[in-house]
Design a protein around this ligand. Structure first.
Ligand code: PA5
Length: 447
């Protein structure tokens, strides 16, 4: 099962300070489950996994098959919560060299609408000229600028290249049930659509069609992903004692560390396939907790790669950090360090060992060094990277985030701060309706 080991934070915060969170954690879980806490309109993710019916999973798989049968490439257009979850899961499973390797009949999954880079869109368009591509347009609001620009471009190219009839078949929209231009376009063009439930916010939506459709198109088992999440739902529910509830323990440990001055949490992996999982995690915790002048700053590193860049800072920089390591216990392939007669590189002492054994010693050695250097360490163990365990891990963090936000005293389900840049951008671009803001911002920058 997913394990949470907090033994290596106890030299920094005593166990009783963590245990003292128990009554507040109980209240937080009760508020989540009863829908009485802040942001309760957006707690639909809590029992999403256990409530996801066979009919929806089959429908998603059916549409995924249409895309898989008709496309060698599928572009997922989305940003933030409408993109990071599917990318996290797909990149955790796919071959590290997937762009160049045999995909065993699976389409290449590309992402767009997660930036406003002209070069990115141009290069994507060029690449797609020789591809039989489809598009999954994902936006809950249906109005997000980054996604809308990318979709406008992709829709036109898809229609021109593949014909309007085929485009109608290979363009799918995932959006709100009624609102937004993505819904309006889908209705007008007759695209297949999936609904993002009203009560599930972007960063908690990976187990809705937002994440499940791209993951199924990529060829991964969404039944197992949902099954894993549903299992974790039971393991973290209100009838599980505090010390046995992994999300409760993790949420309490990180809040105890925060109160003791550890303001930055670094999510660490020793497996590069988890790079985008960390990106998903950063959004989950960053958007949920960073408000009202509060919140642990979530950051991430890929070890051992970043031990050769950020390792110095972590070992000896300002002591305001703690690490949470995702430790994957079993790798999928076997590869041994070879013996060499000449041993010029001096590596024969590890000849015959699995590369992962070396990696695990790097992990253990790093953990000891960082704890010695004043960095508390939480270890989250995952048996292996497959759909079931990743489903568990996703739900584990979502539940921990909900609990942690309530312990911190914020609404973990809103994100009022992200509107600020949009307001300025629209004012600078002269969007209709932003005339007053336009005048104000232009005079501010002397234009
Ligand atoms: O978590 C969130 O709510 C955000 O990150 C959104 O997912 C992101 O801004 C994209 O929004 P939308 O799906 O409405 O295009």
């Amino acid at each position: 099962m997913i394990g949470v080991d907090i033994s290596q934070i106890l030299g920094f915060v005593p166990q009783d300070r963590i245990d003292a969170f128990e009554p507040r954690v109980r209240d937080a879980i009760e508020q989540l489950e009863k829908g009485t806490g802040p942001g309760s309109d957006f707690t639909g993710w809590l029992d999403l996994a256990s409530k996801t019916g066979r009919a929806l999973l089959d429908e998603i798989k059916g549409v995924a098959k249409i895309l898989r049968d008709n496309c060698d490439t599928v572009v997922v257009a989305g940003i933030g919560g409408s993109y990071l979850g599917s990318r996290a899961v797909i990149e955790a499973f796919q071959n590290s060299f997937s762009q160049l390797s045999d995909k065993g009949g699976n389409p290449v999954i590309l992402f767009a609408g997660q930036n406003i880079s002209e070069d990115y869109l141009f290069e994507l368009g060029e690449l797609l000229k020789t591809r039989r591509f489809g598009v999954i347009n994902i936006s809950k609001s249906g109005t997000t600028t980054e996604t809308a620009i990318a979709f406008r471009v992709l829709k036109k190219q898809c229609e021109q290249q593949r014909g309007v009839e085929m485009a109608r078949k290979v363009i799918v929209t995932v959006t709100d049930a009624e609102k937004g231009v993505a819904r309006a376009t889908a209705t007008k063009e007759g695209y297949r659509t999936f609904v993002i439930p009203d009560n599930v916010g972007g960063r908690y939506s990976v187990l809705t069609p937002v994440g499940l459709l791209p993951i199924a198109v990529a060829g991964y088992d969404i039944d197992k992903l949902v099954e894993g999440a549903a299992a974790m739902e039971s393991l973290t529910s209100s009838n599980v004692p505090f010390s046995k509830n992994p999300s409760a323990v993790y949420a309490s440990a990180r809040n105890a560390l925060y109160q003791s001055g550890k303001k930055i949490e670094i999510l660490v992996n020793f497996c590069p396939k988890l790079h985008f999982f960390s990106e998903w995690w950063k959004q989950l915790f960053g958007e949920s907790e960073g408000k009202d002048g509060k919140g642990i700053y979530p950051s991430s590193v890929d070890f051992s790669t970043d031990l050769h860049s950020m390792g110095q800072w972590i070992q000896q920089g300002e002591r305001i950090i703690f690490e949470t390591v995702i430790s994957v216990e079993n790798v999928r392939h076997s590869y041994l360090v070879p013996f060499d007669d000449e041993n010029l590189d001096g590596l024969n002492f590890m000849a015959g060992k699995h590369v992962d054994q070396v990696n695990k010693m790097a992990e253990l050695g790093t953990r000891i060094a960082h704890v010695d250097g004043g960095v508390p360490n939480i270890r989250i163990s995952v048996p292996e990277l497959n759909e079931y365990w990743l489903g568990q891990l996703i739900y584990f963090f979502e539940k921990a985030c909900g609990i942690s936000g309530y312990l911190l005293g914020v609404n973990p389900f809103n994100q009022p701060g992200v509107e600020e840049y949009k307001k300025n951008m629209f004012a600078l671009l002269g969007k209709p309706g932003y005339e007053t803001e336009s005048e104000a911002i232009l005079s501010r920058i002397g234009k």
